[in-house]
Design a protein around this ligand. Sequence first.
Ligand SMILES: [Zn+2]
Ligand SMILES: [Zn+2]
Length: 703
Amino acid sequence: MNIERVETHPAASPVLPAKVRTYWLSVAVDVPVNGPFEYSSSEPVPIGLRVIVPFGRRKLVGVVVGAPEQPSIDEAYIKPVEAVLDDLPPFSGHWLRLARFAAQYYQRPLGEVILPALPAPLRKISAYQGKRSAGGPVERLARRKAPALAQVEPAPALQLNEQQAEAANTIAQTQGFKVFLLHGVTGSGKTEVYLHAAQQCMARGKQVLFLVPEINLTPQLEQSIRARLAAVVAPEAIAVMHSGLSDSERLRAWLNAQHGRAAILLGTRLSVFAPLPNLGLIVVDEEHDSSYKQQDGLRYSARDLAVWRAHDLDIPVVLGSATPSLESWYHAQRGHYKKLSLEQRARQVALPAVRLVDTRRLALQQGFSPQLLEAITQRLQAGEQSLVFLNRRGYAPALTCSSCGWVSKCPRCTAYTVLHRQGGRRSNLQCHHCGFQARVPHACPDCGDQDMRPMGRGTQRVEEHLAELFPTARIARIDADSTRLKGSAAQLFAQVHAGEIDILVGTQMVAKGHDFGRLGLVGVLNADAMLFAQDFRAPERLFAQLMQVSGRAGRHTQGAEVLIQTDYPEQAVYQALVRHDYDGFAQYALNEREAIGLPPYTYQALLTAEARELASASKFLQAARSLPEQRAGEFSTTSLITLYDPVPLRVLRVANVERAQLLIESVSRPALQGFLSKWVHALPELAREARVRWQLEVDPMEI
Ligand SMILES: [Zn+2]
Ligand SMILES: [Zn+2]
């Protein structure tokens, strides 16, 4: 300690004021302005501790991220910190580096990365001030008893087949940094490989971070992990973290991770920021899943940050998928990642046969081909389940007037309103973009004709048709509408698992993770809609989704079948699906991307602007685009940077806000990063002038 003490005469009382040294601190706070900000303290404060600081008229919780020798601004303007929060140990150097990297890479102020990464009670000023604050949230939580965990029947570890064992051992024996790409067909037992490797890591006293795309849809996975690890670790040593938890549940899991009490943390993308002092292994299951990308605020990719963390800590990371992202596949091809393959299904059941039904010359009955209807009939007779997959909820995508061609549109968006019609409940029109709802008009608003018809079909209408076509079958629908009530999804899935459902109609909600015992047939309707989406990743997503939904079939029964109805059976995506040929599809798609110069051969960023009128948004983007030319001296690397023309978004207007975007591309990631870090500082001023809201996204998933 460097505090200078003033010797006082024993008789001199009261004590003379001590001459106190001032310590300078840089503190990150959650404000949309570049920080960190400087404060003073009469005591040294370790880097990584949280403090309460005055900010304008407010008080905020911040994190100390530096302790400069000298302040960078006039001392007279520097305010002292109000309190040091020492209810937690300081964040580690690794954790702060992770936050710094994310802030730099995704072009956000550091405070907007660090604070939102913490559970709400740790960053809310109200938790530390006011009447109810005695002790702060950490102590208050410690005084409350942890909720009792349900007893779990331990499940024995499964016998691994040769490929599984080899993969698990390779991972477990690796202790330095290495990225493994675990490529296994659906049903090949990837989870078992993760758990074997995780167990060996935990046996060395290390923590495991296990990332999954959507834990709230798959309590099944949590249960099976708890059962599998019940014999090895205490139930409290398994922490779970996702956005569906209450503030205090999340805080408890977070503290367990931070104190090293959690041997394994199972969580969705936000848990990539969990502090784990003894982290030894990271697993990213379904690494291709777009849920790993945060779509607002800090638009990070949890998968990419997981790889960065592993690199910084010099530990292995496993990315697993049946349909890896083309980025990861490309890295594996180049030898940057080590590929581990699981080619057999764990239960020795053959993959389902995939058949394309060419619908160009077929008379469809309510959207169903004769082949699909025949196949459903056969499965019903055999006592097996069928799944009809359609990625479009509601009754029909729009309502139309058969006389004049009027189509139902949202008054606030450039989008149709979707007709919803549910058993017993009245029909209405809903906008899936802004939530607008309207009653169904009795007559056409334009011509007054009463012959209004649904246009196209969604899951509700498909369910209705199936009920007419198969009156004795037990039919259920699983989509965002039928599972809105808490617990209803679990109940519907339980019915399917119990064999109480013959035909299931579902959206992508049914595609992930579920293991349906008696599912013999999958029918896919309207896949072509995704094939011609404008996004260059659409075929990749379609392939992954259809592989995944196909993988639901025949996990336990032989002779399972997948029928895909399409007008374009010759398309490479469909041909590869028939052959179960991920490698072939990936090679084809990568060749195409290389030829056109798309990721992973180039790097992209997307600047999006929102305004009342498109003109303002475009004006801002134009100004941003011409900035590098106007200030050529500042932007020296622009020869490596391509700035495309601003374009309106496909759905131009949402909730009365019009949107346009500008794509930035480069063959060099450092060049792009260098460019963005300068560019981003000029944008706020341009945005104020044009009166637009803007956001910059690095490595965008949707364009
Ligand atoms: Zn009309
Ligand atoms: Zn709308």
